[in-house]
Design a protein around this ligand. Structure first.
Ligand code: ZN
Ligand code: ZN
Length: 288
């Protein structure tokens, strides 16, 4: 809060929406629009938690400056456990932390540049495969292995596409670049190492309608995770009661948030919040 901002009365605050997305990831609204909406709603604070990027943090802070709205800097990581993706929220991480920067680069590279990286490997191995040709074959799609295989046949490097896979780009091929995903414990370590605190996002959304296994939540709590996102629009009353009790048992801070993506899922910013007392506890655990 700034000295010259409006005077807010804690009791009157409808709380902190700790999980929102903007155009920096898959939200439809800019961070500035999210800040404006939070102000309109009279929220006390807004978590800026785009997927795998911290780019929205500075513009969000700039947009909120002098308004009394507290921007809670965050990020939402996709991790993988038992072959399924799982989301981990981080708050108050240092965006300049070198390990964090390296990991974010690895995550975006392998999501958007994995095909390109395989072509680079082939070129390094001395094969004359044209990047432009593969791009043309892929058209509007991200470059994937079948496109590369087709280009390798055209270039006469292999006789058939199957041979391209067998010798080069199958999972144990010499030019293969694996997909990259963080294990939940690694995400937790990365977050803690970057000075932040970790909260497990929507535990009731795993493998479709499943639930993140309690054992994993327990082991992450033991490893230093501080919160559990209990109040989420996609959790029903039964799940809230269950995760609320689990959070209490494990000493985790119960958080609430809209997970707003703008027009995708109904402009729901502020529909769920974390109250001032729980927010203060989260912040205390972050050493802020
Ligand atoms: Zn998520
Ligand atoms: Zn999200």
């Amino acid at each position: 809060m700034t000295d010259d901002g409006p005077v807010w009365h804690p009791q009157a605050m409808p709380g902190y929406d700790l999980h929102t997305h903007s155009t920096y990831s898959d939200g439809t609204e800019t961070v500035e629009a999210n800040v404006a909406r939070a102000l309109e709603l009279g929220l006390a604070g807004l978590g800026v938690t785009d997927h795998d990027t911290t780019e929205g943090l500075a513009p969000a802070s700039a947009a909120a400056e002098g308004t009394g709205l507290e921007i809670v800097p965050g990020i939402e990581f996709s991790a993988e456990f038992d072959g399924a993706s799982l989301h981990v929220l981080a708050y108050w991480i240092d965006p300049a932390n070198p390990e964090l920067r390296a990991e974010l680069k690895r995550l975006t590279d392998t999501r958007f540049r994995r095909g390109e990286m395989m072509i680079e490997k082939l070129q390094e191995l001395g094969y004359d495969i044209s990047f432009e040709r593969v791009r043309a074959i892929a058209g509007d799609d991200l470059i994937a292995r079948p496109h590369i295989a087709q280009a390798m046949v055209e270039a006469g490097i292999v006789q058939q596409e199957k041979e391209a896979f067998d010798r080069f780009i199958s999972d144990d091929g010499v030019a293969y670049v694996p997909k990259h995903a963080l294990a939940p414990q690694d995400a937790l370590e990365l977050i803690t190492g970057a000075g932040g605190v970790c909260v497990l996002a929507h535990p009731g959304m795993w493998k479709g309608n499943g639930s993140v296994p309690d054992e994993l939540i327990e082991s992450m709590a033991a490893g230093g995770m501080v919160g559990l996102e209990v109040d989420h629009p996609d959790h029903d009353a039964e799940q809230r009661a269950y995760y609320g009790a689990l959070a209490d048992r494990l000493g985790l801070v119960r958080t609430g948030a809209s997970d707003c993506h703008g027009a995708r899922y109904d402009f729901r910013l502020g529909c769920e919040t974390t109250d001032a007392e729980r927010f203060a506890e989260l912040k205390r655990r972050a050493g802020r």
